[in-house]
Design a protein around this ligand. Structure first.
Ligand code: NAD
Length: 494
């Protein structure tokens, strides 16, 4: 790898030329990303298969979600770049008050391996749309895909303004010593803290897309066949290595037993008798992650209700359900990030909520219920990056919703226009004319009681007690005028 200081200096020099600011340059880069995706689709799918045994369907989904978000960005870029007009107070009536969407400068994007295309390219094209230069750090764990990106990105994008570094701990540590204008990190929470510490040295703003344990609560009176399908779909996509995968389930003992029976049917329908020979089922990212998940299974032997089969030659872990798990068991100590689903018995939703509010705020909470009161309790008493009722993970596909964590699961959010906004500084711009100076003397010394009275009369706001936006008196007068006009119209017709 070339010297980090030199790479960052090159990007800063490129940014200072001012070429990234124009709409044309940004549009050209986004067009380059689109071409990269379209011309290398087969290669990308092949490398995802090599890294994670990613089924073609899931690889297609990863590329397509990225591509659709890119196209939305291209279609809206001109509009998003426009300075935003804001409401003005009376005294600024003749001024221009605007928010300028300004690029930060040089952005470091640290990606991860579980969705190595989507989680690197989506922030990258958002940063380019914002008019920034980008240093993209891909993960060594998804070796083939990261190597591919290192090779193809320079073919499609402005080489002075976009650099790719593929590597692990050493490379990231070196990169974090440099000064950036923005850092966007995706990965685990402990490295997230290191990133924030490094950023704090220069007060660099950060987005941290982190992980954690995403709980599921299953209420009584649900269609458990549908619940089993929807939980296990989220749990087994990418072999459970998704930041928003359902991590564990809380339900009553009675529901646990019925849910396990329903889950047996689901797993059989999804992967038939042997998931290891299914084309629709992935593998763990590397040996370290395999050993980590295997250790949890080994320490939970008495709790295995479904699965529990592993094969270290191919980092394979079968879809596994653990029953009667306790909050203090090894399976509950850290994010699972694998296809193992612990079920914990609780007496009711209040006990589940009590556990949630005493822990870290998750990236997502999933509730299965038909009861409005139960749904409202979770909505109002818990906090998380996202909340999905009666499904798992699908909120990430609604690009108009913010995607991000809160507290331990991260800070900042992206997707859709929010990605563009993330990489723009909102600069407050006020433009006035050098005229009517006489009127300005009201704010200049010497200060007098009379000046205060005039300023109060012009600027002081009043609390609006009416549910209507318009003052109540205006509404009443409007209604009287309307009634009068109607009366006149009726008389005229007669
Ligand atoms: P990882 O090991 O690839 O680490 C992420 C990044 O940090 C990589 O670029 C890596 O090189 C770097 N890194 C790792 N160790 C480092 C160290 N000691 N010093 C400096 N840099 C280091 O991936 P991971 O963290 O194992 O990824 C899984 C985690 O990411 C899970 O917790 C998951 O929930 C989370 N995640 C979050 C999101 C999200 O959008 N919120 C998406 C995907 C994954």
């Amino acid at each position: 790898m070339a010297n980090c200081t030199e790479i960052v200096k090159g990007l800063k020099d490129a940014f200072r030329t001012g070429k990234t600011v124009s709409y044309e340059w940004r549009r050209q880069q986004l067009g380059g990303v689109l071409k990269l995706l379209d011309e290398n689709k087969e290669e990308i799918m092949k490398s995802l298969k090599q890294d994670l045994h990613k089924p073609p369907f899931e690889a297609f989904f990863e590329i397509d979600q990225c591509r659709n978000d890119l196209i939305d960005t291209m279609n809206n870029l001109k509009e998003w770049m426009k300075p935003q007009k804001v409401q003005k107070p009376l005294v600024n009536l003749m001024d221009k008050a605007l928010i300028q969407k300004q690029p930060y400068g040089v952005v470091l994007i640290i990606g991860t391996w579980n969705f190595p295309i989507m989680l690197t390219l989506m922030p990258m094209f958002g940063a380019l749309a914002g008019g920034n230069c980008v240093l993209l750090k891909t993960s060594r764990i998804s070796w083939s895909t990261s190597k591919l990106l290192e090779h193809i990105v320079p073919k499609y994008l402005d080489n002075d303004c976009v650099k790719v570094v593929n590597g692990g701990t050493g490379e990231t540590t070196d990169l974090l010593k440099e000064r950036y204008d923005y850092i966007f990190y995706t990965g685990n929470t402990s490295i997230g803290k290191m990133v924030m510490t490094a950023a704090s040295q220069y007060l660099t703003p950060v987005t941290l897309e982190l992980g954690g344990k995403n709980p599921v609560y299953v209420d009584k009176n649900c269609d458990l066949r549908a619940v089993a399908n929807r939980i296990l779909w989220g749990k087994t996509i990418n072999a459970g290595q998704t930041c928003i995968a359902p991590d564990y389930v809380m339900c009553t003992k009675d529901i646990q037993e019925k849910l396990i029976e329903a889950m047996k049917v689901t797993i059989n329908e999804f992967y038939q008798d042997d998931p290891s020979s299914s084309d629709s089922y992935g593998r763990l990212g590397n040996e370290r992650h395999f050993q980590r998940v295997k250790q949890i299974i080994d320490s939970s032997k008495d709790n295995i209700a479904i699965g529990g089969i592993t094969n270290e030659n191919e980092n394979y872990v079968s879809p596994t359900v653990l029953k009667d798990v306790k909050f203090t068991d090894p399976a509950m100590m850290e994010e699972m990030f694998g296809p193992v689903l612990p079920i914990i018995q609780v007496n009711n939703e209040d006990e589940a909520i009590e556990f949630l509010v005493n822990g870290e705020k998750p990236l997502a909470i999933y509730i299965f219920s038909n009861d409005k009161k139960v749904k409202d309790k979770f909505r109002n008493s818990t906090s998380s990056g996202g909340l999905v009722i009666n499904d798992t993970m699908l909120h990430a596909g609604v690009m108009t919703l913010p995607f991000g964590g809160v507290g331990n699961s991260g800070m900042g959010a992206y997707h859709g226009k929010l990605t563009f906004d993330t990489f723009c500084h909102n600069r407050a711009c006020l433009e006035r004319e050098l005229i009517l100076e006489g009127l300005q003397s009201i704010r200049y010394p010497p200060y007098t009681q009379k000046k205060i009275q005039i300023i109060q009369r012009v600027t002081q706001k009043k609390l609006n007690h009416s549910p209507f936006k318009l003052p109540f008196s205006v509404v009443v007068i409007g209604m009287i005028v309307a009634a009068f006009l109607l009366q006149m119209f009726a008389l005229y017709i007669e």
